[in-house]
Design a protein around this ligand. Structure first.
Ligand SMILES: [Zn+2]
Length: 161
């Protein structure tokens, strides 16, 4: 059980990305620990986009329209409605997360396309979107973080506490 925050950084970025204990709990609780586990998906929210430490305060769970062991789809209208509701509470969407049935997950070609679509849609308000995949190893080993800036999907590295 993770009770503290975790920080990630891109190789040449001035800002850090932090995940609250609550956001990390959602990842851990939905990791695919069984052969019959299905993929989960949700969105990532922060209160302050201007800080050099972007804190992902909440990770939500979207109701999938399709979920199998190695695939998940969600309703974009439901995701949009959730962003609106969170925005009214002062929270901005910074990206997406989903689970994979592999220990240290890698993005599929479909994942890369999804991250790019979201990055293009979010511009120019934000300079990139956060793309998290939760594998089967316990957090933080199973937690992988990327940022898509509209041109590249780049891995962020876990900072030493
Ligand atoms: Zn995936």
């Amino acid at each position: 059980m993770i009770s503290t925050r975790l920080s990630f950084r891109l190789p040449d970025a001035a800002w850090m990305l932090e995940f609250s204990a609550e956001a990390l709990r959602t990842f851990s609780e939905n990791a695919q620990h069984h052969r019959w586990s299905k993929e989960s998906v949700g969105q990532l929210f922060t209160r302050d986009l201007t800080s050099t430490r972007v804190l992902v305060e909440a990770s939500t769970l979207l109701k999938p329209t399709l979920a199998t062991r190695a695939r998940v789809r969600f309703d974009t209208a439901a995701a949009s409605a959730e962003r609106q509701a969170m925005f009214e509470r002062g929270l901005h969407c910074v990206g997406l997360w989903h689970t994979h049935p592999e220990p240290a997950p890698e993005p599929s070609p479909e994942d890369r396309a999804l991250a790019r679509d979201h990055a293009m849609a979010a511009m120019p308000q934000v300079s990139g979107v956060v793309f998290v995949i939760v594998g089967t190893l316990p957090v933080p080993a199973g937690l992988r973080v990327w940022v898509d800036n509209g041109h590249q999907l780049r891995p962020a590295a876990l900072e030493d506490a």
